[in-house]
Design a protein around this ligand. Structure first.
Ligand SMILES: Nc1nc2c(c(=O)[nH]1)N[C@H]1C(S)=C(S)[C@@H](COP(=O)(O)OP(=O)(O)OC[C@H]3O[C@@H](n4cnc5c(=O)[nH]c(N)nc54)[C@H](O)[C@@H]3O)O[C@H]1N2
Ligand SMILES: Nc1nc2c(c(=O)[nH]1)N[C@H]1C(S)=C(S)[C@@H](COP(=O)(O)OP(=O)(O)OC[C@H]3O[C@@H](n4cnc5c(=O)[nH]c(N)nc54)[C@H](O)[C@@H]3O)O[C@H]1N2
Ligand SMILES: [Mo]
Length: 563
């Protein structure tokens, strides 16, 4: 939708032109008109996620709108009178995606619906790193045996895609091209003080200033012909800009230069770079430049933190300053992460990781507006919603959620609230489909119902049941248990469509779905505020998320089980 940038040459000129066009409303964001084919996301890469089911609140709507395939939703579109900020289309094109590509070592629900499945090596067939904030160790994955048949490590798959893209590029591009990229106001940047009040430039309430009253606008050069070269090289921006996190910054130029002398390199375009060609090279780069595994980097990060707080914190990295970690070290024994200002625990000596020790013992401010822990959330949106202090909010009523406008409520079924907490027999959708785990729980993904509720609708333990609302349907066995409170039922996150899913009489004998067949994406407006202290976007920390606790379903006995 971007009109030609007449005469603009430098990146600054392109950004200025973009701002001018946005302000005059000649140019609009794709999200202002999501049903316009020009705005469709066409290509969907799924990697290390089960994006079409496990994380897809509103699975059936993904099937309908993204894929344009069979689905079990019968809900009517009711949003029209409410929609003001985006363009409304009465007739929408279903199946927005052109291509869905999935990298996986399991035939999960997303792979089932993908156009291309790229087989990934498993944990004992590839070299990789594994870490989590749930414990303080870095684990290696190691290739004990070569990958099975055509499968490859994830690194090799992405590298292969880069290689093919580079080969094709000269046919489609005469040289590097420029993209205009918008990115959110990010946590740990000055943008944390960008928006003390909520104002909309589009309504003329303020000026459009990228990075302050609007997203950052950057120009990125895409050199597709060199994509593979760039993929296998640790670039000079890394050397020159250093690394930053939690408001601290450290230089890596000397370490980069040293690394270049001692490790495999790549030479192209007249320059030399540390190599990322092999998966072990990539692991070693991470281990060498991260403060969690390189004591010198941790020391530097604390020097930076000390300048900010005016307190000397470098003693936290003193005893570990000489630590360096390589992939080979990890294969001898998993190593613990070092204490760094990127985290809040102190793990020196044999101390157990515990959150916020640094804030308390080192007087490092919490990363909030006041630098303290808050109960009171001083933001106009929180005040407007009455959530600026912890408060009781009654559950949403069925009338409001509109989950059961068309589904039969009175044909032997009972209306219950529906929860989907994380399961004990799986990590999301993984491992739950193994024989051992399935043997522990009835060979399928059961729904838990309270015993008194079950009595009222004639359901015995282990009976087959049909659970539905306007969004979709689930057919499975019931676990009848006094452990579940009356008025709710529960299906643990996250079943797969690939295992033990019968057809649904309620939805015309189409195959029933998964837990997220009964949910839909309901965004909480408060999670969309940004640019203000702790309420500032960071991936996996603060941003819009699907809320699914207030879902209603009908639970009914399933008399005919057809697979
Ligand atoms: N209704 C409902 N929905 C939810 C939740 C809920 O509680 N209720 N929880 C939400 C939360 S908190 C989360 S985190 C998400 C999780 O949602 P997802 O992250 O989408 O779920 P997973 O099922 O863990 O998907 C991981 C996939 O990656 C594959 N995989 C694992 N290791 C590798 C690897 O090394 N290489 C490759 N290529 N693939 C690999 C696995 O086989 C699996 O298919 O779900 C969210 N959705
Ligand atoms: N075995 C296993 N462990 C996991 C995971 C897994 O899939 N399997 N996933 C990991 C991941 S990515 C995550 S995000 C965490 C999630 O772990 P938790 O944050 O513990 O999430 P849940 O189990 O979904 O929900 C916790 C509890 O909230 C209750 N609850 C539901 N609605 C409400 C409400 O309105 N108010 C209150 N007060 N309580 C409510 C539910 O009944 C449930 O008992 O688990 C992690 N650990
Ligand atoms: Mo999660």
């Amino acid at each position: 939708m971007l009109p030609a940038v007449h005469g603009a040459k430098t990146d600054e000129e392109i950004v200025a032109h973009t701002v001018k066009e946005l302000k005059s409303r000649q140019l609009k964001f794709a999200m202002e008109d999501p049903d316009n084919p020009e705005s469709f996301p066409r290509l969907f890469y799924v990697w290390r996620g089960n994006a079409l089911s496990s994380s897809a609140k509103g699975h059936e709507y993904f099937l309908k709108h993204y894929l344009g395939t069979h689905n079990n939703t019968i809900a009517e579109e009711v949003a029209k009178p409410e929609v003001k900020a985006v363009v409304w289309h009465d007739k929408v094109q279903l199946g927005k995606m052109d291509l869905v590509v999935d990298l996986n070592f399991r035939m999960d629900t997303s792979a089932l619906y993908s156009d291309i499945v790229l087989p990934a090596a498993t944990y004992y067939e590839k070299n990789d790193l594994n870490s989590t904030d749930m414990h303080s160790f870095i684990h290696p994955l190691q290739a004990a045996v070569p990958p099975c048949w055509e499968s490859k490590s994830d690194w090799a798959i992405f590298k292969g895609i880069a290689e093919e893209t580079s080969k094709l590029a000269p046919k489609y591009f005469s040289g590097p091209v420029k993209d205009i990229l918008v990115s959110p106001l990010m946590h740990d940047t000055p943008a944390e003080l960008a928006q003390p009040t909520v104002k909309d430039w589009a309504k003329g309430e303020c000026d459009l200033i990228p990075g302050k009253t609007a997203p950052n606008i950057k120009i990125v050069a895409r050199d597709y012909a060199n994509l593979h070269n760039r993929f296998v090289s640790l670039g000079h921006n890394f050397r020159n800009n250093g690394l930053a996190m939690h408001g601290t910054h450290y230089d890596v130029d000397d370490a980069y230069d040293e690394y270049l002398k001692t490790h495999p390199t790549e030479k192209w375009g007249g320059k030399e770079y540390p190599s990322l060609r092999d998966d072990k090279d990539a692991c070693n780069v991470i281990l060498h430049f991260a403060p969690e595994t390189n004591g010198e980097m941790a020391h530097r990060a604390y020097v930076s933190e000390s300048v900010k707080t005016g307190i000397d914190h470098t003693h936290l990295a003193k005893d570990t300053r000489a630590v360096r970690t390589t992939f080979e070290d990890l294969t001898v024994q998993p190593r613990r992460t070092l204490t760094t200002p990127f985290w809040t625990g102190i793990t020196n000596g044999k101390r157990t990781y515990s959150d916020y020790c640094q804030n308390i013992e080192e007087l490092i401010p919490w990363r909030t507006l006041t630098g303290r822990q808050h109960l009171y959330l001083d933001h106009e949106a929180y005040i407007a919603f009455g959530e600026h202090l912890p408060t009781f909010k009654p559950r949403a009523e069925l009338r409001v959620t509109r989950d059961l406008e068309k589904s039969p409520k009175n044909e032997g079924g009972m209306v219950l609230n529906y929860l989907t907490p994380h399961g004990k027999w799986h990590i999301h959708s993984t491992y739950g489909d193994t024989l051992r785990m399935k043997t522990l729980s009835r060979g399928c993904y059961p729904v838990w119902v309270n015993d008194k509720d079950a009595d009222l609708i004639g359901i015995n333990d282990n009976d087959w049941i049909e659970v539905f609302n306007d969004h979709g349907v689930v057919c499975t066995r019931a676990i009848v248990s006094a452990r579940i409170p009356q008025g709710i039922c529960l299906l643990y996150h996250a079943p797969e469509r690939t295992l033990g899913v019968p057809k649904s009489p309620e939805r015309g004998m189409k195959r029933a779905g998964v837990h997220n067949s009964l949910t839909r994406t309901r965004l909480k407006p408060l999670f969309m505020i940004g640019g203000y202290a702790q309420f500032t976007y960071a991936f996996n920390y603060w941003g819009p998320q699907g809320v699914n606790r207030d879902t209603f379903v009908v639970v009914r006995k399933l008399n005919k089980v057809v697979f």
